[in-house]
Design a protein around this ligand. Structure first.
Ligand code: URA
Length: 232
């Protein structure tokens, strides 16, 4: 699926949901097969081996300086053919220690959000924009995001979720490619890059720990995501 189909657009319009699609450039670079950092082509491998090779590649990654301070990389976790994909910012201290995404306090709240949607954590896929923890949980830097983003693209291409939920300002701005504030990004349906996969934005669970009254807004966002998925 390259973009939203006419039927998906119709369903979203009937639901009074505004559709924002990524602008497509008139010039497209030819698609090059994914290469591991040692130059090996991942294109000829069966999908699962390719997935394992990608995970291994991330464990070895030295593309940016975060490799110096990380305890370990955090690739992602969950069902590799999930309908739902949640994308956060970057591992925190607990995630860096365990090598798994969203396992700290914010992670418990994310689990509650997934449960409220009627699913278990192992039925969805959870990943981050960055695979390594920025020291002292500082904001990720643009260069770090650029060096890491092909990993997330390959994860999305493999999982092929039916909906992506960006968690928090940083993930939202990175995935939508904008600097608009998160409050202005909510309540719209985007598409992830040129994949055609719908994407919605909501607040980060860590923000909700500090602002519990906004849980209502997050629930609205998750309901929007559910409607989009069901209309697909
Ligand atoms: N915050 C994130 O954005 N990701 C995690 O994995 C944990 C906390």
């Amino acid at each position: 699926m390259d973009r939203l189909s006419p039927r998906q657009k119709h369903c979203l319009t009937v639901m009074d949901i505004q559709i924002w699609e990524a602008r497509t450039s008139t010039h497209r670079e030819p698609r090059t097969p994914a290469l591991s950092d040692n130059g090996q082509s991942l294109a000829s491998m069966p999908a699962h081996e390719e997935w394992l090779a990608l995970q291994h590649q991330v464990t070895q990654c030295v593309r940016c300086e975060l490799h110096v301070t990380r305890t370990q990389t955090v690739f992602g976790m969950g069902n590799e053919s999930a309908d739902w994909m949640f994308v956060g910012e970057a591992p925190g201290a607990e995630e860096d220690r365990q090598g798994l995404p969203f396992v700290g306090r914010a992670g418990q709240l994310l689990t509650a959000m997934i449960t409220a949607l009627g699913m278990r954590r192992d039925q969805v896929y959870i990943a981050n924009v960055l695979k390594c923890r920025p020291p002292n949980n500082r904001d990720p830097m643009g260069a770090e995001v650029r060096k890491c983003e092909s990993y997330l693209h390959q994860q999305v291409a493999h999982v092929q979720p039916k909906i992506i939920v960006a968690l928090g300002r940083f993930a939202a701005q990175s995935l939508v490619k904008t600097t608009r504030p998160i409050g202005k990004l909510r309540n719209h349906v985007y598409t992830f890059e040129d994949s055609g996969i719908p994407l919605v934005v909501t607040y980060h669970p860590a923000y909700l720990l500090r602002n519990p009254l906004d849980k209502r807004k997050v629930w609205q966002d998750l309901c929007l995501a559910k409607r989009v998925l069901e209309a697909a």
